[in-house]
Ligand binder design. Structure first.
Ligand code: SF4
Ligand code: SF4
Length: 83
């Protein structure tokens, strides 16, 4: 599990590399090109999604909506739920 916090806005993007299958939908549909593939594979052998530019994130929820495996989501709580 990775948690990235925007330095000014109060939100996080949480990614669960154990659920990710590397389909790339979140990467393709992020309007700000925040996401990319990781350099490492997860335990299932998939090259997973990774946050590269958190401060460009506009909290649009597109990544969360597009992911078929619930492996990435926006968290607006004070403390990230899955940290
Ligand atoms: S919330 Fe929107 S801008 Fe932020 S990473 Fe997801 S798709 Fe990109
Ligand atoms: S959409 Fe979900 S499963 Fe596909 S690469 Fe992104 S986080 Fe992984």
């Amino acid at each position: 599990m990775e948690v990235h916090q925007h330095s000014e806005k109060k939100h996080y993007i949480v990614t669960d590399e154990t659920r990710c299958k590397g389909c790339g939908l979140c990467i393709e549909f992020c309007p700000k090109n925040c996401l990319g593939f990781s350099d490492v594979l997860n335990e299932k052998g998939w090259r997973v999604s990774k946050m590269h530019r958190m401060n460009d994130c506009i909290k649009c929820y597109m990544c969360e909506r597009m992911c078929p495996d619930f492996a990435i989501f926006v968290d607006e709580s004070d403390v990230p739920k899955k940290a």
